[in-house]
Each structure stands twice: as C-alpha cells, then as structure tokens.
Design a protein around this ligand. Sequence first.
Ligand code: GRF
Length: 221
Amino acid sequence: MHKKVDIGVLVSGSGSNLQSLINHIESGKLDAEIKIVVSNNPDAYALERCRNHHIPFSVIEHRQYASREEFDRRLIDALNSVGTELVVMAGFMRILSSEFFKAFPLRIMNIHPALLPAFPGTHVQKKALDYGVKFSGCTVHFAEEGVDTGPIIIQSAVPVYDDDSDDTLAERILREEHRIYPQAIQFYAEGRLKIDGRRVLIIDNPGPSDSVLHNPPLERF
Ligand code: GRF
C-alpha cells in the first residue's frame, strides 16, 4: 500500500481542476490530501470551493510584494509549512522564479490546455483554432523554469470540429483536464513515474491501444 501524497494546489481563477481533484479524493479514487490551496487572487472562485469542502487556503497577493522572488519565497514558506510534497498548479497565472523551482525539484506539476509543445502560453484554444489543427487537447507535465516546458506525464487529444468556437473547444478540453490531472497525481502517489531525461515513463502501465485517431475520419483508405 502506498501512502497518500500531500499536495499544495496553486490557483488563480475558477478552480474547476481543483474541484475535480477534490471530487476524486472524496470518492476515494485519488490517494492525495490537499494540505493547502494558495491563490494570488483574493476573488478566485476556487476559494469558494475550499470553503465548501473545508480545505485550508491562503491568499498571497503578488501585488503586495516588491519582487517576484519575494512573492515566491512567501509561496514556498506557505507550501512548506504544511509539509507539501507535490505542488499542483491548477490555473495558476503567475510565472515562477528559479528559486521556486529549486525548492521543489521535479515536485511541481502543471496542466496546460493544449498538446504541448504546440501552443504554449495563453489563449491557446483560439490559437489552435486559428492555426487550423484537427486535434488539440491538454497536457500534464512536470513544471520547470520556462513557460509550459518540462517533461510530459500524460496528454489527452480531443478533435477540433468545423463549427467550434474558442468556448466549445475549451469546454471539450477542460472535461479531459478533469480526468488526466487526477490520473497524473495518482501515478505520482503510487510511485509509478520514472523520469528519464525529457521522457516520463509510467511503470507497469499497459501502454496505449493500437487504435489511431483521424479527424476528419478516413473514408476510403
Ligand atoms: C485550465 O484550462 C488550465 O489548463 C489552465 O487554466 C485553466 C484553469 O481552469 N492552466 P480552472 O481554474 O481549473 O477552472
């Protein structure tokens, strides 16, 4: 039996990924305990979710700190004070300094609403639509210095439809985010992630089925 992983979740906004983690913990599928949620935004709806589920949270407003490093030091202290083993970035909209990454080496995960390394940064559903890709999706990866880089743990591909808007595509992607983030954290809790350079191998995973996705579907070939 593995032990539960103690996580600290960083949020800035709605917190639907946080909610998915809470739900999977409460239903016994995810072996994790949320020791603290930290938001840089006092108005984040994620905080309401914490209140509803009696999860400890802390608001650390970046504006109140003179430098990025000072803000990051407060974050590190808040996370360490409750024994955070794994930092989970869930819609956290601040860029972190090297000090932060040094404090939690290969112990920070991030989720991104595109198939990295395509479309890093923000407004990526629009960028995917504008580019004309036939698939987009989401990525959970270990975070390291650099925006949306770091070894990839799991990805989910979703089709882009001809009549998609930014919103309909974002919604389809978000539904998958809510599935792959708990799975990535559960792999971690079970000690099944083996990092080999840029590649993350999942120990004892049956591997992908041999089905291939096409969008649009092939008709004659
Ligand atoms: C998600 O799309 C996540 O991938 C991105 O920000 C959004 C956060 O959504 N980094 P929520 O706050 O979890 O609802």
